[in-house]
Design a protein around this ligand. Structure first.
Ligand SMILES: C[C@@]1(CC(=O)O)c2cc3[nH]c(cc4nc(cc5[nH]c(cc(n2)[C@H]1CCC(=O)O)[C@@](C)(CC(=O)O)[C@@H]5CCC(=O)O)C(CC(=O)O)=C4CCC(=O)O)c(CCC(=O)O)c3CC(=O)O
Ligand SMILES: NC(=O)C1=CN([C@@H]2O[C@H](COP(=O)(O)OP(=O)(O)OC[C@H]3O[C@@H](n4cnc5c(N)ncnc54)[C@H](O)[C@@H]3O)[C@@H](O)[C@H]2O)C=CC1
Length: 150
């Protein structure tokens, strides 16, 4: 029998760590909106990077992914539109002990992204164990509205 995936909620320290996004399209942009509220040491690696991502001024590497690109990174988000490349990133990251999020497959991910509301030092982070992202967003929005009322 296949074991069900389980994700432990943790707050992981990243101020002294490097984060890599492989792929610079709409999903990378989407994830960046949360990550950039916490991290500055971000690198985007892709042959083509969307203008909106470029405007953020993070480090850019304009090339196709290869295994050595992972060296020195703590977290990697595999966000290319090539599912085979995303799987290769997963395999390489495992070998190099880099924690990986595979945008198209939470089953292959070491970590997933919760729905976040941040206000100064306070954070609310909602997850559905990767099973119902829409519901996570809905809960986050309700809690956010409630907090903004009070
Ligand atoms: C596993 C995970 C990815 C990961 O992190 O690995 C995942 C997977 C999937 N998302 C899907 C759909 C959508 N996801 C969003 C948006 C967000 N998704 C996020 C997280 C996660 N989504 C992780 C699990 C989190 C958890 O545990 O709950 C948020 C919270 C955070 C972030 O991405 O940064 C971010 C809100 C950002 C914000 O607002 O702040 C919207 C738009 C919306 O609702 O606004 C749609 C509807 C699109 C539409 O219907 O058009 C589907 C398709 C099936 C389905 O419809 O459910 C899958 C399944 C799959 O791809 O396997
Ligand atoms: N987790 C989620 O919530 C969702 C995830 N997805 C998945 O996210 C992935 C990305 O989708 P989009 O951002 O919309 O695609 P996109 O087409 O906007 O961007 C793709 C990016 O990948 C880059 N890329 C392609 N091949 C590469 C390689 N060999 N090395 C490095 N970079 C490479 C491109 O240059 C581009 O920057 C897809 O696999 C899709 O299935 C899609 C919807 C929801």
């Amino acid at each position: 029998m296949k074991i069900m995936k389980v994700f432990l909620p943790v707050n992981i320290r990243i101020d002294d760590k490097k984060i890599l996004f492989v792929g610079g399209g709409s999903i990378a942009m989407h994830k960046m909106q949360t990550v950039e509220q916490y991290a500055r040491n971000i690198t985007i690696l892709a042959p083509r990077i969307d203008d909106k991502l470029k405007a953020k001024g993070f480090c850019e590497i304009r090339k196709e992914y290869e295994k050595t690109d992972l060296e020195g990174f703590f977290l990697v988000y595999a966000c290319t539109n090539d599912l085979e490349v995303n799987r290769r990133i997963k395999k390489d990251a495992e070998e190099l002990r880099v924690l990986v999020n595979v945008a198209d497959n939470s089953e292959l991910s070491d970590f997933i992204s919760p729905a976040v509301f941040k206000l100064d030092e306070m954070t609310v982070a909602i997850s559905s164990n990767g099973q119902n992202a829409k519901k996570s967003v809905e809960w986050r929005n309700r809690i956010k509205a409630m907090l903004q009322e009070s």
